[in-house]
Design a protein around this ligand. Structure first.
Ligand code: ACO
Length: 427
């Protein structure tokens, strides 16, 4: 592969306006290269999308250098403190906070769509009991497209909104059922007398033979986790949802694609990976060894929960989660040695030249596993909890995309395979 430098094209873009520079409301400007190929016969090469804005979006803004995260302009810290997940979901989908009436209507709509079709429950029985909950969720959420396909007109705004509400409403039961199935307990139905996070807790941990009393401190902590994970602009799973949706695919199938992408340890699977790592480190004395391994280029070990493609500063969500983790542990009178290891690990890493140079800070998942574990969630459910929350963001982006007209998303490639050759059978 040869490398020719194309400064001329870039400066032409800035000088003669043939490739305009677009200004957003916040953040860096973008060179509009849509006509680069038709005018110059060139493609833009950006694997990993480090310098590519794949779309315009008015939902979420991240300033990774300053450690700022805004949902529709509101700082995440303010929403985590004063709002709740359902209000935030409304904000993400609609652009504004709901009035009292709009909030009541949304609660009502969620309450009328939170049940699963009984036939869906039979799908669970096809999975092995030890299947990972994310594997089950990819399958069952995708299967929902078979229940809501012909009845839905993707061109109709009301139908689209109903599909979005259905997804937010059903996700807690879908996730909780993947857990109760794995431990052989009967699945529980939602209870419309309690709020969204309490409902998830009672479906996860309740038993049919005993009344489940929701602990308000745990319900509030779960609500904060949901709020913090609700959206994060064009991350891998959201981009996957948008890419799938650009072909006009069924929304349940698009969200199943997002769940698949979220599962990986470099993305939403990191919360589970962090806990495994902390358990492996086991004691404060072993931290130095772990840091040395993370810095060793011949070792594939990384500090899970550290670093982020966009944040080159503190992830504002990590501070809120750490506070919640301490609050819940104090409330439950528990003392988790993994929290001490995590805090000491953070302290040492943040003073280490390797992490300073590369601007590697704790991300949202560094403390979320400790918090979820304190609340009683098994490790393999951590990413499923994330998926419940991120559904609000995925459907908001899906709704936003339906209003756009750029057609199917279809990246190009730099072909590096064999040039033309003719067929002859191998001897
Ligand atoms: N531990 C050790 N070194 C790291 C880490 C880490 N966690 N993260 C990045 N680095 C190093 C890389 O080795 C690389 O070093 P080099 O320049 O000497 O080669 C440099 O920092 C840049 O790393 P990249 O991999 O290029 O950064 P990228 O933006 O591609 O990756 C990612 C971001 C995937 C989050 C990465 O930091 C990582 O793997 N972190 C651990 C997994 C994790 O916590 N993921 C959750 C992300 S948040 C979320 O999705 C909810």
């Amino acid at each position: 592969m040869t490398t020719k430098y194309v400064n001329a094209v870039i400066s032409e873009a800035n000088n003669d306006g043939s490739l305009p520079v677009l200004e957003g409301a916040l953040g860096p400007s973008a060179v509009d290269i849509q006509s680069l190929y038709s005018r110059h016969g060139l493609l833009a090469f950006d694997p990993g999308f480090r310098s590519t804005a794949s779309c315009k979006s008015a939902i979420t803004f991240v300033d990774g250098d300053k450690g700022i995260l805004l949902y529709r302009g509101y700082p995440i810290e303010e929403l985590a403190e004063h709002s709740d997940f359902i209000e935030v979901a409304y904000l993400l989908m609609n652009g504004e906070l709901p009035t009292v009436l709009q909030r009541a209507q949304l609660d009502l709509a969620i309450g009328s769509h939170n049940l699963l079709h009984e036939q869906v429950l039979s799908f669970y029985r096809g999975f092995r009991r030890d299947a990972h909950p994310m594997a089950v969720m990819v399958g069952v959420v995708g299967a929902l497209s078979a229940f809501y396909h012909d009845v839905m007109n993707i061109r109709d705004a009301n139908d689209r909104y109903t599909a979005a509400i259905r997804l937010i409403a059903k996700m807690p039961m879908l996730a909780a059922a993947s857990y109760t199935y794995s431990i052989g307990r009967p699945m529980r139905y939602p209870n419309n007398k309690v709020d969204y996070p309490s409902n998830f807790l009672q479906m996860m941990f309740g038993s049919p033979v005993q009344e489940y009393v929701v602990d308000p401190v745990l319900a509030r902590a779960l609500d904060v986790i949901f709020t913090l994970h609700a959206d994060h602009e064009q991350n891998a799973s959201t981009s996957t949802v948008r890419l799938a949706a650009s072909s006009g695919a069924n929304p349940f199938a698009c969200i199943a694609a997002g769940i698949a992408s979220l599962w990986g340890p470099a993305h939403g699977g990191a919360n589970e990976a962090v806990l495994k790592m902390l358990m492996e480190i086991d004691s404060v004395e072993n931290i130095a060894k772990a840091i040395a391994r993370a810095k060793d280029k011949n070792d594939s070990f990384r500090l899970m929960g550290f670093g982020h493609r966009i944040y080159k500063n503190f992830d504002p969500r990590s501070r809120v989660i750490q506070t919640q983790a301490k609050k819940v542990l104090a409330h439950l009178g528990k003392d988790d040695p993994l929290l001490d290891i995590a805090m000491r690990l953070e302290e040492i890493a943040l003073k280490d030249e390797y992490f300073i140079e590369r601007k590697l800070y704790p991300n949202v998942d560094f403390y979320s596993g400790i918090l979820l574990r304190a609340m009683g969630f098994p490790m393999n459910m951590f990413t499923a909890v994330f998926a419940v929350a991120r559904t609000a963001g995925w459907v908001s982006h899906w709704l936003e995309l339906q209003g756009e007209s750029h057609g199917i998303d279809r990246p190009r490639q730099l072909y590096v395979g064999p040039t033309l050759r003719h067929y002859s059978k191998n001897k």
